[in-house]
Write a protein that binds this ligand. Structure first.
Ligand code: IVH
Length: 665
């Protein structure tokens, strides 16, 4: 290799990587994927290995991890972001009320509000426009997370009505429980670590560097405090009511009260009702309503004297661990479950608690017959939060995690970086096989009309061992099943026959390849078009597909590397299932056949819609610009690095309108 060429290439790579680092860390606006970034870095590293004399001190390879820059700019709060005095005791609330009455006398009101369990945020508005968002930080200065906060739907970018020209409004960013469950489920499906609770998920989301990813998180924001000079109202309650008119999300669950008894009533009510809310609260906040009276009470160094937070106790009890059972899931993932001596907790009897994985058991240092502390917060499933070591028997042995599958005896595996152990015996481990069969017939997959019990019966009678066996079933087989008559036999056979018409993307989803959910299956089918092409794809080719990462790619490769899987697909094919995309059935002409696209920048239509059009008209969506890209559709404010890269590779750069012209028949 020519040293002069290498020198130039190294210079180019260093500049490009530095530019991307700047976009990533300083602007929080990366214009390439992590994968692409790693490729650049790997190329630089290998050139430097080949020509050590060309290594320069400021090469990014020399300081990987060393100079990770501060990701968000730090901004000083205009008004310090104080916290509240916290208490679990009713006596403290009575004392709080007593202090206030002593200083200002009677005849005032409190406002009682929910204490949202999330991440505190200060939003500044200038002339009715959202200006900036800052996290609490240390109370004096916090992180500037404006771009991320802008993605939250319930935060208005432009206000309506008679808002003050310059003010700050503070609140809590939260993730709803239902959003959290969906989001964690998605993470589980693509093999990412789940979050422990909605608060961690909300706070982790806001602190992410990639704003596009933040936009996908189900975040919301409740506002509860307004600050500014010359505010148009004389009390807190009226200010919040007005803020609601300006467009802010203000909770309806607040009340003006006159006495400590009414405060206790509010607390008791919400201590019960909070389980029914779709978001977590960890207490009640009590504030003096009148601004002048607030001022009169003033502040301590840390918190206002005119407000206090009453925190709900999370009920905690100690009970005895009987044993641990291990469940085997559809993908072979093992979940340890603690069986407990039953205790009454938070209105239900608790007999079991999930232990998630081996690490958790180790962290708890769990021993046989230990007395464990169980807690039930807002969540439905109780948690083991600790062990009472004082009650541990002298000869108690630590829990040793199983090494073999409890269902089929196969040695368990644990992949690097993964929390769960897996039983690798996909095809013969009974719960895995049954779950695969159930997934295969499910409505979103092959839509075969057959219940769980029938599948279990077919499996037990050894009539169906793999998904391909459904297509070998005869009336003679089915009539043996309990409750089956000629009509039900006929219906099932017909439903199996009808499933042969199911399109390829659903068939691919039905195969139950790990991490290949509905969306991934449809993206793979769009890109590869036939099972043959998909089976022969390399990890790199797979990763070229829009939104397909390393983990999914490796899982696909592994699936097709297995001879049993290939044989099964052959059988299914011989039975007439669809293993290629049926372009001819589309009502869209193949105007983009053989052309590949990357969409970037701000587009007027949502990016996903454009991507959909690309695939409907027969084109391919790519996740990143490379030498195989034909067109770059450039929206507004596209990153200069991407533009340059596209130019260097000779890719045609077109506008959104040019693209619509391409698909005009
Ligand atoms: S008022 C100066 N109201 O709880 C008083 N805070 O433990 C400002 N919080 O720092 C806070 N819900 O992050 C207020 N309805 C509510 C709240 C609330 C949740 C958070 C907030 C505060 C912390 C105190």
């Amino acid at each position: 290799m020519d040293i002069e060429w290498a020198k130039q290439r190294i210079e180019f790579l260093i500049k490009t990587i530095q530019q991307h680092n700047y976009q990533y860390y300083q602007l929080s606006q990366p214009s390439i994927s992590d994968f692409e970034f790693d490729i650049l870095l790997a190329e630089l590293q290998s050139l430097e290995n080949a020509f050590p004399e060309l290594v320069v001190a400021d090469s990014p390879t020399q300081k990987v991890g060393g100079d990770i820059q501060k990701s968000f700019a730090s901004v000083k709060h205009r008004y310090p972001m104080l916290s509240l005095g916290n208490t679990y005791s009713r006596q403290d609330l009575e004392d709080f009320d007593g202090r206030i009455r002593k200083q200002i006398g009677d005849g005032f009101q409190y406002v009682c509000e929910l204490k949202f369990d999330g991440l505190a945020i200060g939003l500044q508005y200038l002339n009715g426009q959202f200006f900036q968002a800052v996290t609490r930080g240390d109370g004096v200065q916090g992180d500037l997370v404006t771009q991320n906060v802008k993605t939250i739907q319930s935060i208005p970018l432009k206000l309506e009505g008679d808002f003050p020209v310059d003010f700050e409004i503070r609140g809590e960013i939260i993730m709803t429980r239902s959003g959290f469950q969906r989001f964690n489920e998605q993470r589980k499906q693509v093999g990412e670590q789940e979050f422990a609770n909605p608060r961690n998920a909300a706070s982790g989301s806001i602190k992410m560097l990639d704003t596009r990813k933040v936009a996908e998180r189900p975040l919301e924001c409740f506002l509860y405090n307004i600050l500014g000079e010359n505010l148009p109202f004389s009390n807190h309650f009226d200010s919040l009511r007005a803020a609601k008119r300006w467009g802010f999300n203000i909770s309806n669950y607040m009340a003006k009260v006159n006495s400590i008894d009414e405060i206790f009533e509010f607390i008791d009510y919400w201590n019960e009702q909070r389980l029914l809310l779709d978001f977590d609260i960890d207490g009640i906040v009590i504030k003096l309503n009148d601004y002048q009276l607030q001022q009169q009470m003033g502040f301590t160094a840390k918190s206002p004297r005119w407000a206090i937070a009453y925190k709900f106790k999370t009920e905690q009890l100690t009970t005895k661990l009987i044993n641990i059972s291990y469940q085997v899931g559809r993908t072979g993932a093992i979940t340890p479950v603690a069986n407990l001596e039953p205790v009454h907790l938070g209105g239900t009897t608790v007999k079991r608690a999930s232990l998630h994985n081996a690490d958790i058991i180790q962290q708890l240092d769990l021993h046989e017959n230990d007395f464990v502390k169980v807690e039930k917060g807002g969540e439905i499933i109780p948690k083991i939060v600790g062990v009472d070591r004082g009650k541990r028997l002298a000869n108690a042995q630590p829990i040793v995690y199983i090494t073999h599958c409890p269902e089929c005896g196969t040695k368990l595996q644990r992949m690097e970086g993964e929390a769960n152990h897996y039983c690798p015996n996909e095809f013969h481990c009974p719960p895995q096989v049954k779950a695969k069969l159930e997934h295969f017939v499910s409505r979103k997959a092959m839509n075969i009309n057959i219940g769980e019990a029938t599948i279990a019966a077919l499996y037990d009678k050894k009539l169906v061992n793999t998904i391909a066996d459904f297509y070998q079933l005869s009336a003679k087989d089915l009539i043996q099943l309990e409750g089956f008559q000629s009509k039900s036999v006929h219906n099932l056979l017909q439903s199996i026959e009808a499933s042969k018409q199911i399109p390829f993307e659903k068939v691919l989803f039905a195969l139950g390849i790990r991490y290949v959910g509905e969306t991934v299956a449809s993206k793979l089918v769009d890109y590869f078009e036939t099972i043959e092409k998909l089976m022969h794809a390399t990890v790199l080719e797979l990763m070229m597909v829009d939104e397909i990462g390393e983990r999914i790619s490796e899982s696909v490769i592994q699936f097709f590397a297995d001879a049993d899987n290939r044989a099964m697909i052959n059988k299914l094919k011989n039975n007439g299932l669809s293993f290629e995309i049926r372009r001819s059935e589309q009502q869209f002409p193949d105007l983009l056949q053989g052309k590949s696209f990357v969409v970037t920048g701000k587009t007027s239509k949502p990016r996903d819609e454009i991507k959909k059009l690309i695939s409907q008209f027969g084109g391919k969506n790519l996740s990143a610009v490379s030498s195989t890209t034909n067109y770059l559709i450039a929206g507004e404010a596209m990153g200069p690095a991407k533009l340059k890269k596209a130019e260097n590779l000779g890719i045609e750069i077109i506008g959104e309108e040019d693209f619509y012209n391409m698909i005009k028949a």
